[in-house]
Ligand binder design. Structure first.
Ligand code: NAD
Length: 478
């Protein structure tokens, strides 16, 4: 049995007392590793050291910090196959998805290493001849990064890389279900030459480790990715503080399909985004809004193709969809389907747990879904796609916006005016024209509106805004 440590203070600590059991969701929850479970005193020590070493890391030039990220990317690349295997075992993603996510994390380190110049301030003339101004982008200090289990590598990487490049120290709290991948990332950063204590890796439960970490007054910013329920709880807890808070939360993403769209291409994008990671993605397509004329043929096409989806062992090259994360995930999905059927929805295909070891569920398509039903508004976080119809472009946008979330949407049409109307009126942070709602590229700013997030963006140069503060220095007053 592998026993893995956390990084607290200036060193790796091996498991001593209680441990977290990491389980493989593709089996009957077999334990694959034990990881040290930390407590409040560890959090206190970690934050103290992160604050102590902050000035030293901030004093390194952005180019020196970029070099650490670049080396960490190379080290991660050397061990990519091992990391992908661990990710697959702790999360259940099929091989190609796990490999893709590790590759994206490597690219993330390299991408932010290449953005050192984006930390330059600007200099400009003042209103009088003797006046001159300049801005400086400064790090914030210790920042907390809290991540979910559904993106075990890319989730931590997209916080670690911009935060470290900008000169902050990072206290990373990965999800208890998937700490192994995060451990690999942190090991690579230290092997690459990060100063001792610059990254703290704190494994433990949300209430015991996450909450005290985020609420510690020495922590200057919190970047949280996870459920809307916990995000709102944190927002309340930090309400009276000046801690900067980035929330990247749930979604109820829709693909709008107009009658002039290529249904074959649209259905490929829809099914890919609906069932990748077994629907456990914040940007998963969970609603299809189909124009009345093509509602029936599209519904049948989606159901036929969903029936042939290969669900099974993540290690099998043929597998297109792996398991859900745990038994609670299965129950959650079953509950949503049961209530949807009670409200009038019909199961076109799927709807059942697959009778084999592990937490496997059939790709599911529901028809007769109407606005007002729970399934049309709330995030399921499983392989369930609801198909609804609309008449006009105005109605499509009304339906699109009729959820408390506002993360991502897709519009499938050949008419540029239709695409522009949707893009202008969609109340969500990401609009994709003739593509999937998920898989947004790294240089593109990522984040949602309404209950999907606070508006601070991840990805792209925009991410550096969250991790820096701008200081004005004015020269020339005598
Ligand atoms: P979760 O909210 O249960 O947990 C997320 C993280 O927060 C975990 O590390 C958890 O231990 C920690 N946590 C739990 N309670 C806490 C507390 N009181 N204080 C501080 N930390 C606490 O979410 P999850 O089930 O791990 O992830 C699934 C959710 O994440 C879905 O809703 C999904 O849409 C969302 N998500 C959003 C994005 C995005 O970028 N918008 C990306 C991935 C996942």
């Amino acid at each position: 049995m592998r026993e893995l440590g956390c990084y607290v203070g200036r060193e790796w600590v091996r498991p001593k007392g209680s441990t977290i059991e990491v389980r493989n969701p593709a089996t009957n929850g077999d334990v694959i590793a034990r990881v040290a479970q930390l407590g409040v005193a560890d959090v206190d020590r970690a934050v103290g050291v992160a604050a102590e070493v902050s000035p030293g890391w901030a004093a390194r030039s952005p180019w020196q910090r970029a070099e650490v990220l670049r080396k960490a990317a190379d080290l991660l690349e050397n061990r990519a196959a091992r990391v992908a295997k661990d990710l697959m075992e702790e999360n259940g993603k099929p091989l190609s998805e796990a490999q893709g996510e590790v590759a994206k994390s490597i690219v993330t380190f390299r991408y932010y290493a290449g953005l050192a110049a984006a930390l330059d301030g600007r200099a400009f003339e003042g209103g009088a001849p003797q006046l001159r101004h300049e801005t400086r982008k400064e790090p914030l200090g210790p920042v907390a990064a809290v991540t979910p289990w559904n993106v075990p590598a890319a989730g931590p990487a997209r916080k670690l890389a911009p935060a470290l490049l900008a000169g902050n120290t990072v206290l990373l709290k990965p999800a208890t279900a998937t700490p192994i991948t995060a451990i690999h990332l942190v090991e690579c950063l230290y092997e690459a030459g990060a100063d001792p204590g610059v990254v703290q890796l704190l494994c433990g439960s949300g209430p015991v480790v996450g909450q005290p970490l985020c609420c510690d007054p020495r922590v200057r910013a919190v970047s949280f990715t996870g459920s809307t329920a916990v995000g709102l709880q944190l927002k309340n807890a930090l309400g009276r503080s000046m801690t900067r808070l980035q929330l990247e939360l749930g979604g109820k993403n829709a693909a709008l399909v107009f009658s002039d769209a290529d249904l074959g291409t649209a259905s490929s994008h829809i099914l890919g985004a609906a069932f990748a990671s077994a629907g456990q993605q914040c940007t998963a397509t969970s609603r299809v809004l189909a124009q009345r004329e093509i509602y029936q043929p599209l519904l049948e096409l989606l159901a036929t193709r969903a029936r042939s989806f290969v669900v099974g062992d993540p290690f099998d090259q043929a597998t297109q969809m792996g398991p859900l994360i745990d038994e609670a995930g299965i129950r959650r999905v079953e509950g949503f389907i049961r209530r949807a059927v009670k409200e009038g929805a019909r199961i076109m295909t799927g709807g059942q747990r697959i009778p084999r070891p592990g937490y496997f569920f059939e790709p599911t398509i529901l028809s007769h879904v109407h606005p007002g039903m729970e399934i049309s508004r709330e995030e399921v976080f499983g392989p369930v796609l609801s198909v609804m119809d609309f008449g006009s472009v105005e109605q499509s946008v009304e339906l699109l916006n009729a959820t408390p979330y506002g993360l991502s949407c897709a519009v499938h049409t050949r008419d540029i005016r239709t695409a522009q109307f949707v893009a202008k009126n969609a109340d969500c942070g990401i609009v994709v024209v003739n593509g999937p709602t998920a898989g947004i590229e790294l240089p593109a700013p990522f984040g949602g509106f309404k209950l999907s997030g606070t508006g601070w963006k991840e990805h792209g140069p925009e991410s550096l805004e969250f991790y820096t503060r701008t200081k004005l220095v004015s020269w020339g007053w005598s």
